[in-house]
Write a protein that binds this ligand. Structure first.
Ligand code: ATP
Ligand code: FE2
Length: 347
């Protein structure tokens, strides 16, 4: 059984190929910008331009031929509509050409299910990406959201902060490097409500702190001295460090509460922000203290990728969830699909 998976919910266009639960190829390209955030129509154009190249690269890597593919899976939602459309149309084009079935996959659940490759069996997942921040676990027939952000996703929050500080998109990796150089903890608001968190107030606070700390002549915020101004000045590395310590502590607190609530003993990380080594470290400490096991997939599986779509696509196909290439018009994108909308009949 060979399934090809297409990912295109946001800035990543990815194609993965899975054979009987084993990943044969996982190729992707990311839309990035020097300045400013993601513009959905530009990202969609990027996907449109790169899709064939990524597809043929994945075929090459896997060593299989087009005709060996048994089904085409694609990310149906949630995500940015213009980006999702490129992925779906490409999936339909391939399904029609190869006369194979189409399998629409929920992106968030794919992040979770691919975790079984790391050995996780019944985990609670902390899913932290650009648009999404959710604590998800399987419970009676569905993946349920036990906690989430009440406003923006943690990746978008970090990218927004980075953009304000003059760093390009995505900002997460650069902010992590800066945070590693920070030494002074600066007090920030801490917003946890049960198993939910809120980030927009912290963003406003960080922006105010950046404004009161004008850039030096090199264009950075490093090594700012408290000059004549009565306003406090903060170095960008201290702000990045304090942001990570505060926001990751909020995430870990809610995850710990959720683990106790759902009585699970496994924590799985998912989403691009989970590549952050400080977040991983804090989760590891918490899990150790609670006697829980932490599972961290490799970063090419944490970030958006086509292999996770192929992986869940294969499971769904095997349980009979598929559309014939003769009925492709019955399938559409679901930009606002919620994790708990999906009937998990394959489990
Ligand atoms: P989704 O559609 O699931 O919301 P996404 O397009 O945001 O996905 P991901 O690849 O899951 O994609 O995550 C991207 C996010 O991860 C960006 O916001 C990026 O800044 C953040 N990120 C990547 N690496 C790091 C890191 N080391 N530390 C913090 N954040 C990171
Ligand atoms: Fe994602």
């Amino acid at each position: 059984m060979i399934v090809l998976g297409i990912e295109s919910t946001a800035h990543t266009f990815g194609v993965g190929i899975v054979k009987d639960g084993k990943i044969l190829a996982n190729v992707r390209e990311n839309y990035t910008t020097e300045q400013g955030g993601i513009i959905p129509t530009d990202a969609a154009k990027f996907h449109q331009k790169n899709k064939y190249e990524i597809y043929f690269k994945a075929l090459d890597k896997s060593g299989i031929k087009e005709k060996d593919i048994d089904a085409i899976a694609f990310s149906q939602g949630p995500g940015l509509a213009p980006c999702l459309l490129v992925g779906m149309r490409f999936a339909k084009e391939l399904a029609g050409k190869l006369k194979k079935s189409l399998v629409p996959v929920n992106h968030c659940i794919a992040h979770l299910e691919v975790g079984s490759i790391t050995g996780a069996r019944d985990p609670l997942m902390l899913y932290v990406s650009g648009a999404n921040t959710q604590i998800i676990a399987y419970s009676s027939g569905k993946y349920r959201i036990f906690g989430e952000t009440l406003d923006v996703g943690v990746g978008n929050f970090i990218d927004n902060f980075a953009r304000y500080a003059g760093i390009g998109f995505p900002g997460g990796p650069e902010i992590q490097k800066l945070a590693e150089r920070g030494a002074n903890y600066i007090e920030l608001p801490y917003k946890v409500k049960g198993m939910d968190i809120a980030l927009s107030g912290i963003l406003t606070n960080l922006k105010q702190k950046l404004e009161s700390s004008p850039r030096d002549t090199q264009g950075g915020h490093e090594n700012l001295q408290a000059g004549d101004s009565a306003e406090p000045k903060y170095s960008l590395s201290d702000l990045a460090y304090s942001m990570q310590e505060t926001v990751f502590a909020m995430l870990v607190e809610t995850v710990e509460r959720a683990l106790a609530h759902v009585e699970k003993k496994e924590l799985l990380l998912g989403g691009g922000v989970a590549c952050n080594s400080r977040l991983q470290e804090m989760c590891r400490i918490m899990c150790k203290e609670r006697g829980a096991k932490l599972f961290v997939p490799s970063s090419d599986l944490l970030q958006d990728n086509g292999a996770m779509i192929a992986y869940l696509g294969e499971t769904m196909f095997n349980s009979g969830i598929k559309y014939s290439y003769k009925n492709l018009e019955k399938v559409d994108i679901k930009p606002r699909q919620r994790t708990d909308e999906v009937e998990v009949s394959w489990k």
